[in-house]
Design a protein around this ligand. Structure first.
Ligand code: F0G
Length: 479
């Protein structure tokens, strides 16, 4: 069913989204980038990937061909091309964080997504819907690269067994997770297409992000959540931002199946990472990480993996950065799954000879997913980056979370899979202790105030007197 109610603005859309195509990751069929109704899957059932032409704003005609095709192989010209791109993004990153006062448009350079807009979604700037997002912290936490006055942070490096280790905290995005990066692009597309309503299925973070961006734009939003399996902070966000919140008696995989059907039936724009434009926004994690590292390439990128959108997105960013000469080699990607929600790990272990599905069970509710939508996209990323997939138990996740929390950085349970996985891969000798490793923390500590956090005893308060305070601190031995 059509997305739009009244007059179609297809002409506007078609002019805005020129040279954007969707390619099936299964059979390589090619579709136009936009359409009404929108297409989320190929005729063969495969998921779709955005293909777009990249144009540097100050592009010289001699370099035109170099920039024009995504499928270009690395050529002699790319180092030069890479220098042009690096200069562009570095100049934008140094601009003061201001809003334009002469127009109601956001200065897109301020966003850690739209700063890279030529590589994200080449559309006229007036269509961009942004908070802005991104610009998240990158913490040196290795035994050697940690620096002074960071003894707490260095404990993370000790725990992982790594000398040169960085954590990028995507929980510092506006709604507290990396999902905002994909959502700014997804909601921009919803706006451009004239959608009447948006929807998603979620383990909690996607829904919080969508609810927020939909509210910003004034669009009705419907979120489908697996009942009783969403962390309190995330559910609170979706309700507070005013999303119609539908709890399903089932798991995420059930919610995902239902939302896809209901969106197609009712003409609602679907904003799960099945929507390929979400993936384009999440690529910015990879671009921003490289830029923060002054375009030095880590040996490894470690991240938690559930529906596999993020693995696909960051891997795609690195692939494109290589094609454009922004970097000269690919980091190896290590996708970490919870042992009770490990279909991708199982496929990896059997050499990707078959796609696995499981009934997911883990305390890390964000990644409690048994049938990941982006399986095929992520498989390509692991293969081309000579990557690995690892699994970690709930105990390992909780232990790693405690280390991250006690360091003062803090994260939600699923994010701690990054540290638990890095530690395991070092123990197994797959990551070497002196290799340069970057890890992603995907969500904020405040998302889940229960799991893995010491809870105050009921009635644990003391009397408001100095005697009671002295007694309470009587065992404190200060050095
Ligand atoms: N970490 C957190 C905090 C997440 O919320 C998610 C996914 C992931 C990791 C895994 O990323 O799915 O791209 O492999 N959360 C989704 C949601 C499923 O609905 O919020 P992925």
């Amino acid at each position: 069913m059509s997305l739009q109610s009244g007059e179609s603005n297809n002409n506007v859309v078609n002019q805005a989204v020129v040279a954007v195509f969707l390619r099936c990751v299964e059979c390589a069929a090619l579709y136009p980038g936009t359409g009404d109704p929108p297409r989320y899957r190929c005729e063969c059932g495969g998921v779709l990937d955005v293909e777009a032409a990249f144009h540097h704003p100050t592009q010289q005609p001699a370099l035109q061909e170099e920039y024009e095709t995504l499928t270009a192989t690395v050529s002699d010209f790319t180092p030069l091309a890479g220098a042009h791109w690096r200069q562009l993004f570095d100049e934008r990153a140094t601009l003061p964080p201001t809003w334009s006062t002469s127009a109601d448009t956001l200065v897109p350079d301020r966003s850690g997504v739209w700063r890279y807009r030529e590589l994200i979604l080449p559309i006229p700037e007036q269509y961009i819907v942004s908070r802005p997002e991104g610009n998240t912290g990158l913490y040196p936490v290795g035994r050697e690269n940690c620096g002074n006055r960071r003894e707490g942070h260095r404990q993370i490096g000790h725990y992982a067994g790594l000398d040169n280790f960085f954590l990028k905290h995507e929980g510092e995005n506006p709604t507290g997770s990396f999902k905002d990066r994909g959502m700014t692009v997804g909601i921009t597309m919803a706006h451009l297409l004239g959608a009447r309503a948006v929807a998603c299925a979620s383990t909690g973070n996607t829904s919080a992000s969508l609810a927020s961006y939909a509210a910003q734009l004034g669009l009705p939003c419907i979120v489908f959540l697996p009942a009783a399996h969403v962390a309190g902070g995330k559910l609170a966000q979706s309700l507070a931002y005013g999303a119609r919140t539908i709890q399903i008696e089932g798991d995420f995989d059930d919610a995902m199946r239902l939302v896809e059907q209901v969106c197609n039936e009712m003409g609602i724009y679907l904003l799960n990472s099945l929507n390929p434009f979400r993936i384009e926004g999440q690529k910015a994690i990879g671009f921003e990480l490289l830029q923060q590292l002054d375009w030095h390439v880590p040996d490894w990128l470690v991240l938690p993996a559930g529906n596999l959108g993020n693995t696909s997105a960051i891997g795609k960013a690195f692939r494109q950065a290589l094609q454009l000469g922004l970097i000269s080699r690919l980091p190896r990607i290590a996708a970490i799954q919870a042992a009770g929600a490990n279909p991708f790990y199982r496929s990896f272990v059997n050499g990707f000879s078959r796609r696995e599905r499981v009934q997911a069970q883990t305390i890390a509710t964000a990644i409690k997913i048994g049938n990941p939508v982006s399986y095929k996209r992520a498989l390509r990323v692991i293969e081309e980056s000579n990557g690995v997939v690892e699994e970690v138990t709930d105990e390992e996740i909780l232990a790693a979370k405690t280390v991250i929390d006690r360091s003062g950085i803090g994260c939600e349970p699923a994010s701690a899979a990054t540290l638990a996985g890095a530690r395991k891969l070092v123990e197994h000798g797959i990551i070497k202790q002196d290799e340069f490793v970057a890890g992603i923390l995907t969500g904020n500590l405040l998302k889940d105030s229960q799991t893995g956090i010491p809870q105050q005893k009921q009635g644990g308060a003391i009397e408001a007197s100095i005697e009671a305070v002295r007694l309470a601190l009587s065992d404190l031995a200060l050095k």
